[in-house]
Design a protein around this ligand. Structure first.
Ligand code: FAD
Ligand code: NAI
Length: 475
């Protein structure tokens, strides 16, 4: 007889492993199946985020930032560095150690919470009286049964036709995190989140980085004023960002890649790169799930079709994270995982899509929550705006990082905060205050009247809130 569980989660990324832990905490017998395999053939739970996404990219961003600071910024502090050298293999080894610590941490959490972990590939077999039979193809093959199934199979990098990823010359996020020596010329197709983060890593390490973006506007989803400021700063750093390009043929040589493209003025170019990263978005992982075997419905873009509560078309089958609609973010996947486990338990799990923060971990960082100025205009909402530059913040000056600003957008009548947008140092941490404020439907006046520690970067947040009422004190 197959092993029987209350909840079987397919996929052990942030959506899946968190759903499994929460389900187990709520008293359900829970299994989590994850296929990711490390170099030794062992399990590596944590999904894209842990293995080839959030965690390794932030490790490399940190290393490369230290390298850049040692090369330039330290001199301003009177710290003279000589004999500066970058050991890329050590930088990669550090990143791998951090990834492994996270993999091991998740295996420990499974044990602690009594989640049964299966290392292998999960697929639907059939619906049965007790729920659904799921085949697990690992070192051995077995079938388990779950009363409830949570699909959290995540996403994969989208390729360009005629330019298959070989992870040597033409790289997805996977290969981009494993480049063994600093490429002299690095090409990046797509000026989105991955393109800017990975482009920044290798530029700081010494690559000449050319970013080729199809859209005529830079970071179209970001508040226009913030995106313009970021574009100016990245260009000054040396990222060569080309907007409105049309990618033509991509030709792989023995040691390089040639990208033919037309620029926004119609001129033809032939750019030769040592490595090419293609970061043009991601596609949901539904292949191999045998969705057809049980009639699990996909939407027109190949995502698993779900309602606002992550319910699929099948009773007791749920789906969360990158494999369903909405932003492809680890924290969104996690929130959906918790909400689904709580709904299975008859509770009222909830994800507020209006207060999911976004962060781009460049330097300076870009972070935002809520609506942009252009969205408010399009929605016909009357609003007030307040901005405060880090240049006028004492802590930013002491840090030696005064680029960027904080921007508040508040309802013209009620003063409720509608959006907060930051480009600047530690924006990833500063945005949390805005998320909390918006979750509690605070006004900009609420933030303006709260005591913030001095000297701190968060004073820029308070000052931007004050600026909504045209009464900032330090600018
Ligand atoms: P995934 O993390 O993709 O996990 C899915 C898991 O399911 C994988 O382990 C996969 O092997 C497994 N799987 C798939 N099919 C099966 C099957 N049939 N059987 C068993 N297992 C299966 N987001 C952020 O919020 N912050 C960041 O800083 C950030 N940085 C990123 C950097 C990069 C380079 C990339 C690529 C992404 C980044 N993201 C970031 C996005 C984030 O990684 C994803 O949103 C997140 O991982 C989605 O979680 P998930 O659980 O839905 O899917
Ligand atoms: P993206 O959607 O952020 O950016 C893709 C870019 O490629 C867009 O600007 C798009 O216009 C452009 N593009 C699309 N087709 C193109 C073409 N043919 N030629 C040139 N440009 C083209 O996708 P990306 O960077 O691949 O990242 C995928 C997702 O991973 C992100 O949307 C995000 O959800 C997640 N992620 C999150 C991070 C974070 O939270 N810090 C970090 C990295 C990834």
């Amino acid at each position: 007889m197959s092993k029987q569980f209350d909840v079987v989660v397919i996929g052990g990324g942030p959506g899946g492993y968190i759903a499994a832990i929460r389900a187990a905490q709520l008293g359900f017998s829970t299994a989590c199946i994850d296929a990711w395999t490390n170099e030794k053939g062992g399990p590596a739970p944590g999904g894209t985020c842990t293995n080839v996404g959030c965690i390794p990219s932030k490790a490399l961003l940190q290393s490369s930032e230290h390298y850049e600071h040692a090369g330039h910024a330290f001199a301003d502090h009177g710290i003279n560095v000589s004999g500066l050298a970058l050991d890329v293999s050590k930088m990669l080894a550090r990143k791998n150690t951090i990834v492994k610590q996270n993999n091991d941490g998740i295996l420990y959490l499974f044990k602690k919470n009594k989640v049964t972990f299966f290392h292998g590939h999960g697929s639907f077999v059939k619906a049965v009286d007790a729920g659904y039979e799921i085949k697990v193809a690992g070192k051995a093959e077995e079938t388990i049964t779950g009363k409830h199934i949570v699909v959290a199979t995540g996403s994969n990098a989208r390729g360009l036709p005629g330019a298959a990823f070989d992870e040597e010359l033409i790289l997805s996020n996977d290969g981009a995190l494993k480049i063994g020596e600093v490429p002299k010329k690095l090409g990046v197709i797509g000026a989105g989140v991955i393109g800017l983060e990975m482009g920044s890593v290798w530029r700081r390490c010494g690559s000449e980085v050319t970013v080729l973006e199809a859209l005529p506007t830079f970071l179209g989803a970001v508040d226009e004023q913030i995106a313009k400021e970021a574009h100016k700063l990245f260009t000054k750093q040396g990222l060569n960002i080309n907007l409105g390009v049309k990618i033509g043929e991509i030709v792989k040589g023995k040691k390089d890649v040639t990208v033919n493209y037309t620029d926004n003025a119609g001129a033809e170019h032939k750019a030769v790169f040592d490595k090419l990263i293609i970061s043009i978005g991601r596609t949901p992982n539904t292949n191999g799930l045998s969705a057809d075997a049980v009639g699990l419905q996909l939407d027109e873009r190949g995502f698993i079709a779900v309602d606002g509560d992550c319910k699929t078309n099948l009773p007791n089958v749920w789906a969360v994270g990158d494999v369903v609609r909405g932003p492809m973010l680890a924290h969104k996947a996690e929130e959906e995982g918790v909400a689904v486990a709580e709904r299975i338990a008859g509770q009222h799990g909830h994800v507020n899509f209006g207060t999911i923060p976004w962060v781009i971990y460049t330097s300076p960082e870009i972070a935002w929550v809520g609506r942009t100025e252009q969205q408010l205009k399009a929605d016909g909402v009357a609003y007030k705006a307040g901005t405060f530059p880090f240049m006028a913040n004492g802590r930013a000056r002491a840090l030696g990082d005064t680029s960027g600003m904080v921007k508040f957008l508040a309802d013209a009548t009620t003063d409720e905060i509608l959006g907060v947008h930051i480009v600047g140092p530690m924006a990833s941490e500063l945005i949390s205050e805005a998320v909390v404020a918006m979750e509690f439907r605070a006004s900009s006046e609420d933030i303006a009247r709260i005591c913030h520690a001095h000297p701190s970067l968060s004073e820029a947040t308070k000052e931007a809130a004050l600026a909504v009422d045209k009464r900032s004190l330090n600018f």
